[in-house]
Design a protein around this ligand. Structure first.
Ligand code: NAP
Ligand code: MN
Length: 255
C-alpha cells in the first residue's frame, strides 16, 4: 500500500511531515507521492480542495484521508493525535468511504473541476445571465453572481448565501443567487433551486469580464455560455467507521 502526503503550506516549515512519514514507515506502508493509493492531507478544507486538484488525473483511484490541523476541517475525519488510529484503520480496512462527484464547468473548449462549487461573478458591473436547466429556460438573472454547488459543497459558500445544506447521500446541483436585483423590471427566482445529477445548469451571458470561481481558484474565460454538471470524476473520502453525517453538521455549525 502506497501512501502520499499533502500538507498545508503554513505547516511546511514544521517537522509534521517528518513525523507523519516516520509513522507511515512504522506501519510498513510505502511513502509515495506520485502514485499513491491513499493521500493523507493535513490542514483543513482548503488543503483538501488543493490536494484534490493536485491529483485530478488519477482522482477516482485514490482514497483521501484528512488530518485536521487548525481550521474547520469539514472534510477531515481525524486529528493529528489520531494518526496511529487512522493508519491502523487503513491496515485493517476498517473505515467508511464517501465518494463525492466533482462538479465540472464546460466553456469554450475548457473544462474546470471543483469539489464544492463553481461561481460566476462580475465585480465590475451587474452580471446578466440567462439560466437554463438543460435546454429549458428558467430566468434572466441580474445581480452580483451565481453559484452552483455539489451536495457536499452545500455547507460552504452556498450556505452563506442562504442555500440549503444537502446530505451527501443525495447527488444534486444547487444554484444560489448572489445579491439579485429583483425589482419591478428585473426578476429572477430569488431562492435556491436544486436539480438532479442527470440535469445541468446552462448559464448564458457575456462572461468575458466575469470571474469564474471554482473552489479556492478563479479564472476568466472569454465565453457566452457555461454548462455546469456533475462529473464522472469522484473523490473518495475516508471517514471513521460508522461516522454520523448529522453530527458532522452539528459539530461544524451548531456546537
Ligand atoms: P476559506 O476562506 O478558508 O474557506 C472558507 C471556510 O469554508 C473555511 O472555514 C473552510 O474550512 C470552509 N469550507 C470549505 N469547504 C467546506 C464545506 N464543503 N463545508 C463546510 N465548510 C467548508 O477558503 P478555502 O479553505 O480555500 O476554501 C474555499 C471555499 O471557501 C470555496 O469553495 C467556498 O465554498 C468557500 N468560500 C466561502 C465564502 C463565504 O462563505 N462567503 C466566500 C468565498 C469562499 P477550513 O477552515 O477547514 O479551510
Ligand atoms: Mn481554509
Amino acid at each position: 500500500m502506497k501512501i502520499g502526503l499533502y500538507i498545508k503550506e503554513e505547516l511546511s516549515e514544521t517537522d509534521i511531515a517528518t513525523y507523519i512519514i516516520s509513522k507511515i514507515n512504522e506501519h510498513e506502508f510505502d511513502f509515495d507521492n506520485d502514485n499513491p493509493d491513499f493521500v493523507i492531507f493535513v490542514g483543513g478544507d482548503g488543503t483538501f480542495l488543493r490536494a484534490v486538484n493536485e491529483y485530478l488525473d488519477q482522482i477516482n483511484d485514490i482514497f483521501f484521508i484528512g488530518i485536521n490541523e487548525g481550521t474547520l476541517g469539514f472534510y477531515s475525519g481525524y486529528v493529528i493525535d489520531e494518526l496511529d488510529e487512522a493508519l491502523t484503520a487503513i491496515e485493517e480496512e476498517n473505515y467508511d468511504v464517501v465518494s463525492h462527484h466533482l462538479i465540472e464547468g464546460i466553456a469554450a473548449d475548457q473544462i474546470i473541476y471543483a469539489v464544492n462549487e463553481i461561481r460566476v461573478e462580475n465585480p465590475f458591473h451587474t452580471l446578466i445571465s440567462k439560466v437554463y436547466v438543460d435546454d429549458e429556460y428558467l430566468e434572466t438573472f441580474r445581480g452580483n453572481g451565481l453559484t452552483v454547488c455539489t451536495s457536499n459543497g452545500s455547507s460552504a459558500y452556498n450556505k452563506s448565501l442562504g442555500g440549503a445544506v444537502i446530505s451527501y447521500k443525495l447527488q444534486t446541483l444547487q444554484l444560489t443567487e448572489i445579491a439579485p436585483i429583483n425589482n419591478r423590471v428585473y426578476r429572477s427566482l430569488n431562492s435556491p433551486i436544486v436539480i438532479s445529477k442527470e440535469e445541468s445548469f446552462v448559464l448564458e451571458g457575456h462572461f468575458s469580464e466575469a470571474v469564474i470561481g471554482y473552489d479556492y481558484s478563479t479564472t476568466s474565460i472569454d465565453t457566452d455560455s457555461i454548462t455546469i454538471r456533475l462529473s464522472d470524476k469522484v473523490v473518495n473520502l475516508v471517514e471513521k467507521s460508522g461516522f454520523k453525517y448529522v453530527k458532522k453538521i452539528h459539530d461544524a455549525f451548531v456546537k
